[in-house]
Design a protein around this ligand. Structure first.
Ligand SMILES: NC(=O)c1ccc[n+]([C@@H]2O[C@H](COP(=O)([O-])OP(=O)(O)OC[C@H]3O[C@@H](n4cnc5c(N)ncnc54)[C@H](OP(=O)(O)O)[C@@H]3O)[C@@H](O)[C@H]2O)c1
Length: 253
């Protein structure tokens, strides 16, 4: 199946490593032009070099802290200029709050929520001009299931799901789709679950055992789901939430 990504322009908030990077890489390999950002400039330099080696699309990268509203808007504006438009916007970064303290709640609000709101507002004129526009939020199954640690992470991801639906209902008339995708636990080298695997192998094994397929997901598997939903091939997926957890959460959505 052709995803229809060739020549498309994708902007990914948070894409120097992990799920965001694997998604950018997959899209670049499919012939899309991609823009990514991250706070760490070395990470951006590494990722953009990797992405440039993938296909013949354009690549744009910038060191940006998504807690900064002006910098977030500037990144999306510059990415749109560098790529020559925006068809696909993916909000992948998170504040990753695990403390539940006030700093954590504010970081979740700024990164998981407001960076998405600001990026959408900035991208809207370009998305409206696209004939296959989509907005995708990367959430978490923590938005529907209590994993045992109280923090702002799950509530922030739940807010994303409601926001995606509002966007889809509001801008469908402009040809813009919006969805949220929630990974379960995902393992990739250097990622958060890789660190758990090294530091707490027994706990990691317990988590693996609870997943029907007997292992964690991979970043490539999540990237494929994101790419399909965001691509022109996923056209009839709209205003919805997709669990990408291999059955980890034992519930019907
Ligand atoms: N991994 C999992 O098991 C899992 C499970 C469920 C949901 N998710 C969700 O999937 C998404 C990606 O997770 P991941 O595990 O791939 O994360 P990751 O490996 O930590 O990568 C996050 C990316 O976002 C960038 N980033 C983080 N905060 C940023 C900020 N304030 N401003 C700009 N860029 C920022 C990071 O670069 P810098 O650090 O250099 O800024 C990096 O490029 C997140 O939304 C997460 O909640 C992941």
């Amino acid at each position: 199946m052709d995803l229809g990504l060739k020549g498309r322009k994708a902007v990914i908030l948070g894409g120097s490593r992990g799920i965001g990077f694997y998604t950018a890489q997959l899209m670049a390999n499919e012939g899309a032009s991609v823009a990514i950002c991250a706070r760490n400039a070395d990470g951006v330099t590494w990722a953009t070099a990797e992405l440039e080696a993938c296909g013949d699309g354009k690549v744009f990268g910038a060191a940006v802290d998504l807690t900064d509203g002006d910098a977030t808007r500037a990144f999306v504006r510059e990415a749109g200029q560098a790529l020559g438009g925006i068809d696909i916007l993916i909000h992948n970064a998170s504040g990753f709050d695990s403390s539940g303290d006030e700093d954590g709640w504010l970081r979740s609000f700024k990164v998981d929520m407001m960076a998405g709101v600001r990026a959408v507002e900035e991208a809207l004129p370009l998305l409206k001009a696209s004939d296959a526009a989509s907005i995708t939020f990367i959430g978490s199954m923590a938005s529907k299931f209590f994993f045992g640690r109280r923090s702002s992470y799950g509530p922030a991801k739940a807010a994303m799901r409601a926001y995606a639906n509002e966007l889809a209902q509001s801008f469908g008339k402009d040809g813009i789709r919006a969805n949220a995708i929630s990974p379960g636990a995902v393992h990739f080298p250097g990622g958060s679950w890789d660190k758990v695997k090294q530091a707490q192998p027994d706990f990691y094994a317990k988590v693996e055992k609870k997943i029907p397929l007997g292992r964690l997901g991979t970043a490539e598997e999540i990237a494929r789901i994101i790419a399909f939903v965001a691509s022109p091939a996923g056209l009839w997926i709209n205003a919805t939430h997709i669990a990408a957890d291999g059955g980890q959460v034992p519930a019907v959505d």
